[in-house]
Design a protein around this ligand. Structure first.
Ligand SMILES: Nc1ncnc2c1ncn2[C@@H]1O[C@H](COP(=O)(O)OP(=O)(O)O)[C@@H](O)[C@H]1O
Ligand SMILES: [Mg+2]
Length: 401
């Protein structure tokens, strides 16, 4: 009776977040879906660094451990062509998705698309945001349209296209749809048209995709973690981590590649090194910058995340231009989650969020979109026939699952 009285009080204070964390209606069977280094098949004719984004078994185990520590059961499912059948057999309540996908122009959206088709709940961004996030040109078009700062750019489908006269050297050339520094190093910075065309041709021939050419941003580099959602205070496992706008204010990470193996560029070789290796960039978290700049970068990251429709978690890379203005480089809608190594894990840790909490926040935020984690007061309200909580971005069929 006492419990019920407490819930009723909470219901009366409708606009406040519930004082209790949401609890799962039951413990979940969670499938962790990933591509594993050395196991997932690579595309034929791929570049020599193909598969660089795939995860290591230890990372998958760490995610499973974090989820199991909250009482749920987990199973790892490889994101390969057998996945549809494995999903049918396992019938997970929800999938924790970190799969990079296998080839194609939107590979990071492949698993979300499959899960939408099968009507299975999953974590983090949905299909469109994952497809956009992989395509850096499309992302920049959206940011530009939204009035967000990003370096001037041009996409090349052949090395012969006329160069936009608005672009000024030095320029930076990269594959339009890769990650983990693939195809990027000091050679990406070009100072004249001959170098530009040579580098554009190399990208198109090796990566079988357009080359994105941007003005080179010469200032300091930062990466900013985004965790939360407008309604996170109601749905998060630990609401106290979030500000009133529904997002965590995570410390900014500065990547100082000045003295790294690829000076000034956080590219492929620098990204394979481990902390302590020689040639690794300096990672400074919190970044030694004035509070006002940190807040500007954090707000910009949230705007960038919302502009592409990302959900619950992402990491946004940015750099200052020659005038000291922050400019957006790219968004990672499936940021790496290797404990103690991936930027987001380092950022969360510096912000006082343990690896376990980071994983469980992503899980609970995702689960809440599908009605899997109901705060008790809302559950009672539902019994009484009062309207259901607002479930973001989900089809009615999925909400009823
Ligand atoms: N326009 C640019 N100006 C300066 N440096 C850049 C630019 N674009 C990318 N870089 C450098 O290359 C790195 C990797 O680029 P990014 O687009 O973030 O690719 P990835 O998806 O591989 O992380 C950045 O962290 C930054 O150091
Ligand atoms: Mg990056």
């Amino acid at each position: 009776m006492d419990e019920l009285f407490k819930y009723e009080q909470e219901i009366a204070e409708e606009d406040k977040p519930p004082s209790r964390s949401p609890r799962p209606a039951k413990l979940w069977r969670v499938a962790v879906i990933a591509n594993v280094k050395g196991e997932s098949a690579l595309p034929l004719n791929g570049p020599e660094d193909a598969g660089a984004e795939f995860d290591r078994p230890e990372t998958i185990r760490s995610i499973q451990d974090a989820i199991e520590s909250d009482g749920h059961t987990t199973i790892f499912l490889p994101a390969d062509s057998n996945l549809p059948f494995a999903l049918r057999d396992v019938q997970p309540d929800i999938c924790f998705n970190i799969a990079e996908g296998l080839g194609g122009d939107a590979r990071e959206a492949q698993v979300p698309a499959l899960l939408e088709m099968l009507r299975i709940p999953y974590t983090a961004s949905r299909v469109l945001a994952n497809a956009l996030g992989l395509d850096k040109t499309m992302t920049k078009r959206i940011w530009r349209e939204a009035g967000l700062p990003t370096a001037r750019f041009q996409e090349f489908n052949t090395a012969e296209e006329a160069l936009d006269p608005q672009l000024t050297f030095p320029l930076f050339v990269k594959p339009a749809r890769e990650g983990t520094g693939m195809g990027m190093g000091e050679h990406s910075i070009v100072h004249d048209e001959t170098q530009l065309r040579r580098q554009v041709r190399w990208v198109i021939e090796n990566y079988h995709q357009p080359a994105l050419v941007e003005e080179f941003l010469s200032g300091r580099e930062f990466t900013v973690g985004v965790l939360g959602r407008k309604d996170a205070l109601r749905w998060a496992r630990r609401p106290s981590l979030y500000e009133a706008n529904g997002f965590c204010r995570l410390p900014v990470l500065e990547v100082d590649a000045g003295r790294s193996i690829t000076p000034g560029v956080y590219g492929r070789t620098a990204k394979t090194l481990h902390p302590g290796d020689s040639g690794v960039p300096d990672f400074l978290c919190p970044a030694p910058i004035p509070g006002a700049l940190a807040r500007q970068l954090q707000d910009l990251a949230i705007q960038a995340h919302l502009a592409v429709g990302a959900l619950d978690v992402s990491r946004v890379d940015m750099r200052l231009n020659g005038q000291g203005q922050p400019c957006l480089i790219e968004i990672n809608t499936l940021p790496g989650l290797t404990p103690g190594f991936s930027d987001l894990c380092v950022i969360a840790n510096a912000g006082g969020i343990s690896y376990r909490d980071l994983i469980l926040e992503i899980l609970y935020l995702g689960a809440s979109r599908f009605g899997l984690a109901l705060p008790h007061p809302l559950a009672i309200r539902r019994q009484r026939g009062v309207r259901l909580p607002h479930l973001v971005n989900m089809s009615p069929q999925m909400q009823l699952r």
